[in-house]
Design a protein around this ligand. Sequence first.
Ligand code: NDP
Length: 435
Amino acid sequence: ESKNPNEPEFIQAVTEVAEAVIPFIEKNPKYQVDNLLERMAEPERVTMFRVPWTDDQGNVQVNRGYRIQMNSAIGPYKGGLRFHPSVNLSILKFLAFEQVFKNSLTTLPMGGGKGGSDFNPKGKSDREVMRFCQSFMVELQRVIGADTDVPAGDIGVGAREIGYLFGYYKKLRNEFTGVLTGKGLSYGGSLMRPEATGYGNVYFTQNMLATQNDKIEGKTVVISGSGNVAQFAAEKILELGGKVVAMSDSGGYIYDEDGIDTEKLEFIMDLKNNKRGRIKEYTDKYTNATFHEGDRPWSVKCDIALPCATQNELNGDEAKTLVENGCKAVGEGANMPCTPEAIEVFLDNKILFSPGKASNAGGVATSGLEMSQNSMRYNWTKEEVDNKLKDIMNSIHEQCVEYGKDENGFVDYVKGANIAGFVKVADAMLAQGVV
Ligand code: NDP
């Protein structure tokens, strides 16, 4: 902690991994050399830069840009860019650290990184967002490249931002390469990338339920967020016969007793993606539903909870409420949405709980598939990508079971994901020497 003052999120993420991995290292002498865990907790490189841009009124605005290149032992750095006013070094280091283990679990050759800015895209015009992205890329392009570091989207960075970023990289470097993922289909994107994180989370939850001979069909589901991950998690739940009764954004949550069906979900997608509106507006159209301002949706009774908004959005008390209401499974779609206290409640009550680094890895995995397609200059069909995504989620689930199952057959997915993620990276680092 003295080494990383004022970095609570980063310390939280490292502590979670260390708690799982240290007992494993103690039992496995092979990993007791070369200070592996401490090296993993130190980014290989951090770049911070000024991002000046001109707003529509002609005023110069200044934001701060970052790229954390955490670990490249198993492949080029890979991880999203986040544009949100809360972005700081601690948050990006926690995300980059998580990304290393997540990418390792995908079975694909990708190291870990993360980046972004404290820029707030909300309320900005498309032109302002474009000028910001261009200024951001002027600096970012110095440290990225198709074989070096391949950023993607995250909170506040969607198709629009990736398009502007890619366009400017191409102009500056005069090369059309797979330097970013999450691209539009007309310029190198992969089918299924927008759906991948949300779908993958539901596939993983399906796998967890299957260990208890259970399934999604007929289950009541609460989802937080209404962005990319939340929308497609909801879509897949509906397809599998589940009922989604609540979704949210940073303003509060909506509860729809009748269920958010396909048509209502389309309304939410249009509202959030095209109109850039607030979830509250759902109740203007669907008047049976209620809006709960400033609240999170965890008091709504459900069988499955899918936190898909942001870090630390579900605390210990909320976890207790979920358990008391009969919740059986929690699949993290966001990164670190559950606090350590909440995870303890879930594990103590033998709830099926998957950490984001396992259950939301479908997004980066499909980004990895986008990189492969770009290198081959060839596109797979939707079915091909979806089948690969399912295989990858199955494999991640198997790895978690291998390292996380106890003598009574209970799977601690937190322990399983952390150890499995660690082993592959550690083996590569050992082979490559002290670098
Ligand atoms: P989006 O920007 O599309 O959506 C984010 C959603 O979360 C919005 O509904 C937003 O509400 C809400 N939200 C954001 N910040 C807060 C906050 N501080 N409090 C309450 N609600 C908040 O992002 P994504 O869906 O892409 O990402 C969601 C999570 O999933 C993040 O943790 C991200 O790191 C993680 N993730 C995303 C992947 C991807 O492929 N997109 C891959 C793996 C993980 P509002 O509209 O009000 O801002």
